[in-house]
Design a protein around this ligand. Structure first.
Ligand code: PGA
Length: 251
């Protein structure tokens, strides 16, 4: 297993046409080409993947998708499979983002199937978990995360998960400008790592990268990244602009 190289990932959500995505990807590649010791990934919309894949050739930026279906192919109108993502040049895929859970009926069970499909097809799953504001206020943060992790990773053994990346994204911090404090982030990341340790052993717990997501910006990235259990960031809004995102990459 590799040591925990920080991963800074950009989730472009439903922004940017193919052409716009290529422009930003190229500008970003130029700005981060000399950066070392950090993995960088961007996840444009499905329609931009192939184009951006071309643009990222011979750069140090990996390509991710924002979702996938668990079947390889079939009559599933509107869905995209793991082999299709691989063919489009993806190495990563975001799974179980809170917007998918909130607006598109994603459940822990479907998240589990999607993670399985990603792993079977050699895609790095960026498995998103996080509590809502109501859950945090009711002091349910840890029990919510415990359930999301247990169900999301049900049926996997230690050996299946060496590629896994976890993204902790408190729902109340996404797109709101509210960031978890560094202490809040560290507390939860520490909890997630110890949970992984309890279920899969120390080796995986030490190797798994846990990203923080939710209003990460250039001015809060370095403080978050200084926390011992924060291994990177999943960035939404601030990843859309090459200059801003490159400053986060250089945290
Ligand atoms: P944000 O989004 O950085 O705009 O808060 C993060 C995410 O949804 O992954």
């Amino acid at each position: 297993m590799t040591p925990r190289t920080p991963l800074i990932a950009g989730n472009w959500k439903m922004f940017k046409t193919g052409r716009e995505a290529v422009e930003t990807a190229k500008a970003l590649a130029e700005k981060v080409q000399t950066v070392s010791g950090v993995d960088v990934m961007i996840a444009p919309a499905f329609t931009a993947l192939s184009l951006v894949s071309e643009a990222l050739k011979e750069t140090n930026i990996a390509l991710g998708a924002q979702n996938l279906h668990w079947e390889m192919e079939g009559a599933f109108t509107g869905e995209i499979s793991a082999p299709m993502l691989k063919a489009a040049g993806c190495s990563h895929v975001i799974i179980g983002h809170s917007e998918r859970r909130q607006y598109f009926g994603e459940t822990d069970e479907t998240v589990n199937r999607r993670i399985k499909a990603a792993l079977e097809h050699d895609l790095v799953p960026v498995f998103c978990i996080g509590e809502t504001e109501t859950e945090r206020e009711a002091e349910e943060t840890f029990s919510v995360l415990d359930k999301q992790i247990k169900k999301g990773l049900e049926g996997f053994s230690f050996g299946d998960l060496d590629k896994l990346v976890i993204a902790y994204e408190p729902v109340w911090a996404i797109g709101t400008g509210k960031t978890a404090t560094t202490e809040q982030a560290q507390e939860v990341h520490g909890f997630i790592r110890s949970m992984i340790g309890d279920h899969y052993g120390d080796t995986l717990a030490k190797a798994v990268r846990i990203l923080y997501g939710g209003s990460v910006k250039p001015d809060n990235a370095s403080a978050l990244m200084a926390m011992p259990d924060v291994d990177g960031a999943l960035v939404g809004g601030a990843s859309l602009d090459a200059e801003t995102f490159s400053r986060i990459v250089r945290f």
